[in-house]
Each structure stands twice: as structure tokens, then as C-alpha cells.
Design a protein around this ligand. Sequence first.
Ligand SMILES: *Cc1c(COP(=O)(O)O)cnc(C)c1O
Length: 383
Amino acid sequence: MPVPLLDLKAQFATIEGEVRRQIEDVLSSQGFILGPKAQEFEKQIAAYCNVPHAIGVASCSDALLISLMAIDLKPGECVITSAYSFFASCGCVSRLGGRPLFCDISLDTYNLDPGRVEELIATQCELADDGLRHRPTGGRVRALIPVHLYGQCADMTALGAIAQRNRLVVIEDAAQAIGARHQGKPACSFGDLGCLSFFPSKNLGGYGDGGMVTTKSVELADKIGKLRLHGSSPKYFHPYIGLNSRLDALQAAILLAKLPHLDGWNEKRRENAAYYNNALAGVGDLVTPTGVPDSVCVYNQYIVRTPRRDQLLVHLKERGVGAMVYYPWPLHLQECYADLGYRKGDMPAAEQTARENLSLPVYPELTEAQREEVVAAVRSFFE
Ligand SMILES: *Cc1c(COP(=O)(O)O)cnc(C)c1O
């Protein structure tokens, strides 16, 4: 029995009626950009994330970019972020002429290691009158972008304290973590800004691209609402230079149909993860995810680690089990960043993870038989 890494058809079968009704509404209205569906969805996401404002945009990549535009990141300014994530977490900085300062992750959580962030600041930066400066380039360090990778919140208590001491804006990359919690509070409720993705493979996925910025600040919310419309308000008058980045009414409508199911789906992901944690404990040299106390991980990916990752991947493919490497190469060593001067060995945890990790199927509709098949396939490799 083949087990795919993700099965969107299985999910669609459980919600088809609600989704089609929502789509019908939009077709009848013939309004396709933002509009009442997007407004309603923004309201529901703000409530879900326990923040006062949520602004729909075209993707999480745009949400991150617009967040940095909203704080007016200037060329030469720096942003501290994780050396191990999807490229959007750092690409947004470079797109504005800024400089990402990569920091290594914790091998337990795959998230920014607060101790290493402190070390980076202590060794490479100094706190001047106008805020933190990166000593080698003289650029101001404006922001910290923690990523809640694979659905696990970064340690926002420690990172928030570091940001406050060093006067950094915090932008949460919560693309993989809608519904995740840290000490009882939801992802996107910690930072000055939060960024969500509705890419189809995320925990709350639309049927195309979509994203959202959340914020506690009414000023930032107002500015972001304009930036996504080429910086205009009223129409054809431009206080800012923005871009065209809006949430489609069709995506908002589909996501409105899906949002009531999100907590149940996340719970299923957690059950599947608990099953794997149990069934794969002590199998060969496999490392399963480490639980973080007082936090709720929503497992956008279920990640295992072994030095024999490449062979395990081939074995699983042969047995029909969908597995994938998220991500095979860390950000500080990407070709496009050669001029930043990072070297192999600079971020040992990120580099080890890139060599050793593998994502196993954890999607909510996974059946018991499928879970057993995944475990049997993994076990047979080590036996
Ligand atoms: C998916 C993802 C993004 C980008 O989201 P899009 O909506 O596809 O632009 C950003 N950061 C992380 C960590 C992601 O996983």
C-alpha cells in the first residue's frame, strides 16, 4: 500500500460540500480580489491568533517582505534569522537590500537557538544610541525573524527578551505553525508582526497561494493595508511605494470553509506524531522529534534524523512511502549568498540537519494502516 507524503484529495473528500458552497458565493458575486470574504477571513484569523489585526496578502513570502517594508528596512540594514528554513525567511531581507545575519538552530527543535542569538549579538554587534549595529558592516540591526519550523514554536520567551534588550522588531515566520502554541499562547501573538502562509501543503492550505500578516499595532496594520495596494489610500493616491499583493476572494472563501476544521486536523497530526514517537523509539540510530515542555507543536512536518538518511530515503521510496528532505541545504551556504562570506562549518546544527533529516507522512487523513506501513517500512530499513 503506497503512502503519500501528503494527500490533499483525502482532505477535499471530507469538506467538498462546504468548499463548493463558498466558491459558489464568490462566483455569484463576481468579486475576486479581497472583498467581504477576505475581510471575514481576516477577522477570523485575527481572533484565532489572538491579535487585533490581520491583513490578507498574496503569500507568506509577500507577508514577510511587506512586514520589512512596513518597518522601513533600508539597504545595508541587517536582520537576524535562522540558517535553516525555507528561503523566504531570509530572501525578504535581501530583496530590500538588507543583509541577513544567519544564526544556527537548536538540534532539538530545529528553531533559532536563543543562546546562539545572544552569542551572535555579543560577538558581532554593539548597542549604539540608535540601536544595535553589526560591527563588521556598520549596518543597523533592525529585526529578528524567528521561524516556527515544522509546526514547533521557537522559544519566544527567550527570543522576545533578547529582542527587547537590543531593540529589535520581532517578525514571526509562522508559515508552518498556524495553531501552534508556546506557553499557552498562539503563534503570531508574540512578535510585533506575524506571517502566515496558506500554500496548499501548510496546515491551513488554500487552493493556490495566499498569506496573512498579523500585528498588534494599529499603525503597522494601516500601513500594511496600503502597502499591499501599491501603497495607495485613497485609490490612486500613494503615500508609500508598495506592491500588488492581495488575498484572492476565492482563496479566502475556501479558507473560510477550512478554518473550522483546523484544530481537529492539527490534533490528528499530533496523534500521528505521538504514534510515530512511540513506535519508532529506539529504532536503529533514528532520532525522533524532541518534545518541548509547555508548547503545542502542530507538525506541519514530522522530522526524523539519521546519518544514513539518503539510504533510508531510497528504501522508503522503494516501499512506496512518501518521504522528503525539508531542506537539503542550509541558507548560509546558498549560492546566492556566497558574497556574505559564510563557510561550511559555520552553522554545525543547520548543516547536520540538512544532511540527516527526513520528513515522514503526518497529514491528518493518514489511516492507521498507513501509519503502520510507514513504521514497518522504517523499521525494515534498520533491521
Ligand atoms: C512556506 C513557507 C514560507 C513561504 O510561504 P508562501 O506562502 O509559499 O510564500 C515562508 N516561510 C516558511 C518557513 C515556509 O515554510
